[in-house]
Design a binder for this molecule. Structure first.
Ligand code: AP5
Length: 221
């Protein structure tokens, strides 16, 4: 694996990408770029990109490639070249994957490993109905599996916890369908390139973390 690796974490909504990203960025000293977090920040700030994105996000649809690609590529280019990178929730379409490949090549980088976390739909629906997120640091909690010590408050920074507007049952159903039709082909794209590792995410978070560490260890060996 490169000294400054590029790691992708993908999987359906609620697979545990954000939960596991929090571990990976610390364990491997990676800069974390989550397109979902970038978009929610843009919506909250009322930027042009945020205004363009909001209705797609609330409905559970993908934000158009031209909005998301510009945002992501600018953020990647702004990183120091010696910094490893974790991309979370990008790419989600074949066009995004091809654009990313070209942008990384310009920076003399490539994708080192793609961690593809898989979880059955019924588990996802249950997880997302119980999810609460810190407004300040984005840490995800779950009323069933990872409750905060004080209801409504982040254990780490005392931030307020909120439920996402796209965690409604209608939006989750759309997100799952969009994942199947538009994002699963991205996994096939990386499988052809030989850098995809499938991870069974239907286990306790600590076990999933162990599987991710093993996958990264195998690439580094
Ligand atoms: P985004 O924010 O990326 O959402 P997502 O992919 O739907 O994934 P989530 O954040 O919902 O889930 P996660 O996998 O991070 O799970 P988490 O760790 O929180 O994108 C949102 C929207 O932005 C998209 O729908 C789209 O509109 C737009 N967008 C973003 N990127 C885009 C792109 N590239 N192109 C176009 N549009 C884009 O875990 C979920 C819950 O489960 C939590 O409560 C957690 O505590 C719990 N949990 C986690 N792991 C476990 C475990 N192992 N066992 C039990 N519970 C667990």
């Amino acid at each position: 694996m490169a000294a400054a690796p590029t790691v992708l974490i993908m999987g359906p909504p609620g697979a545990g990408k954000g939960t596991q990203a929090a571990h990976l960025v610390v364990a491997y000293d990676l800069a974390h770029l989550s397109t979902g977090d970038l978009l929610r920040a843009a919506v909250a700030a009322g930027t042009d990109a945020g205004q363009a994105a909001q209705r797609y996000m609330d409905a559970g649809d993908l934000v158009p490639d031209e909005v998301i690609v510009a945002m992501l590529v600018d953020a990647v280019r702004a990183l120091p070249s010696e910094r490893g990178l974790l991309l979370d929730g990008f790419p989600r379409t074949r066009a995004q994957a091809e654009t990313l490949e070209a942008a990384l090549a310009e920076l003399d980088r490539g994708v080192d490993v793609v961690l593809d976390i898989r979880v059955p739909d019924d588990v996802i629906i249950e997880r997302l109905s119980g999810r609460w997120i810190c407004r300040t640091c984005q840490t995800p909690y779950n009323v069933n599996t990872r409750p905060p010590k004080t209801p409504g408050t982040c254990d780490l920074d005392g931030g307020e916890l909120f439920q996402r507007s796209d965690d409604t049952s209608d939006a989750v159903a759309t997100r799952l369908e969009v994942y199947r039709t538009q994002t699963e082909p991205v996994a096939a794209f990386y499988e052809q390139r030989g850098c995809l590792v499938r991870i069974d995410g239907n286990h306790p978070a600590d076990d999933v973390r162990g599987a991710l560490d093993e996958a990264i260890g195998a690439v580094r060996a």
